[in-house]
Design a protein. Structure first.
Ligand code: GLU
Ligand code: ZN
Length: 308
């Protein structure tokens, strides 16, 4: 096997400001990929023009800058890349179809998704499976669904171990483009990971149900896919509740180097990297260098991280 360059990425959707949870994901992927001598890219996943706002993209990029989390390449914005995604949608037309069903049409017909995951992540709440009412209808100009293969397959996750999934049974025919022409996350992310040569994906566990589908879509598009996946455990607070956008909505404040240093220290602590207690007194760059030099993926194993 030929080895290709090590490239990781942080791909936030600018639907809000950076918070401790998303910062932790950024720090983990940054330190991990840099500890292997790789490059780290930032990509703004703003295809969802209803939920994403330019002011949040600006704020996220400003925070990353203040924290010393600098992209090694040009920062791409998915909202500027619609033509690229359309080319691949065209390429996938033999295995996709238009669908006019509304949520209401499906209310009493949805097929429950089958989760192939172990107990620790079974509460990821998979949406129901689409019952393929439009599969043979020859429609046009409606949302587009892609037929995912009905096969049980697996990938190796560097944190979660071997992950099995059958995308036809866990996700069904996913929408890749909506009625309003919005390209869906699963397609845009897969294409960009392929085109940017991403070799290592480290991201939140909530996205793991998409991974087998993304591997399939990459192959169908004739694009390379990441060789290594790491799905970080969900962050928990002291009461064992998930730190999500809802209960961790507070935007982080990186306006001074001291604040940035404290945040990086908190992120490394949440990631079980055990930074020495005086480390936070150093400038952000020194904390990140410590994080890179001492990075240990083994410390991420286990059901939960955090207890902040
Ligand atoms: N854009 C996604 C999010 O902010 C992350 C995508 C990914 O890392 O694959 O939730
Ligand atoms: Zn339909």
């Amino acid at each position: 096997m030929t080895t290709r360059p090590i490239v990781g990425r942080f791909a936030p959707s600018p639907t809000g400001h950076l918070h401790l949870g998303s910062l932790t994901t950024a720090v983990a992927s940054f330190c991990h990929v840099k500890s292997m001598g790789g490059d780290w890219l930032v990509r703004i996943e703003d295809v969802d023009f209803e939920r994403c706002k330019p002011k949040f993209a600006t704020s996220i990029l400003n925070d990353l800058d203040n924290l010393g989390l600098h992209s090694d390449g040009t920062i791409i914005f998915q909202s500027h890349r619609t033509d690229i995604y359309e080319t691949y949608i065209h390429q996938l037309s033999a295995i996709s179809y238009h669908c006019t069903c509304s949520r209401k049409d499906l209310a009493n017909h949805a097929i429950p998704a089958v989760s192939f995951y172990d107990l620790s992540i079974k509460d990821l709440n998979l949406a129901p499976i689409y019952p393929r009412f439009c599969l043979h209808k020859q429609l046009s100009n409606n949302k587009i669904r892609l037929c995912l293969p009905d096969v049980l397959s697996a990938f190796f996750d560097g944190i979660q171990g071997v992950v099995w999934d059958n995308p036809a049974k866990s996700l069904g025919d996913v929408v890749i483009k909506r009625q309003n022409n919005m390209i869906n996350y699963i397609l845009a992310c897969t294409i960009d990971d392929g085109l940017q040569g991403i070799s290592h994906v480290m991201r939140g566990l909530d996205i793991m149900p998409m991974t087998i589908a993304q591997l399939c879509i990459a192959r169908l598009c004739g694009l390379p896919h990441a060789d290594y996946f790491y799905h970080l455990p969900l962050l928990m607070n002291q009461d064992g509740q998930k730190l999500s956008k809802q209960n961790l909505a507070t935007p982080i404040d990186t306006s001074t180097p001291d604040k940035a240093s404290d945040l990086l220290f908190q992120a490394l602590t949440l990631l079980n990297q055990n930074p020495p207690k005086d480390l936070h007194k150093n400038p952000p760059a020194v904390i990140l260098t410590w994080g890179i030099n001492h990075w240990d993926n083994q410390r991420l194993h286990g059901a939960t991280l955090g207890a902040f």
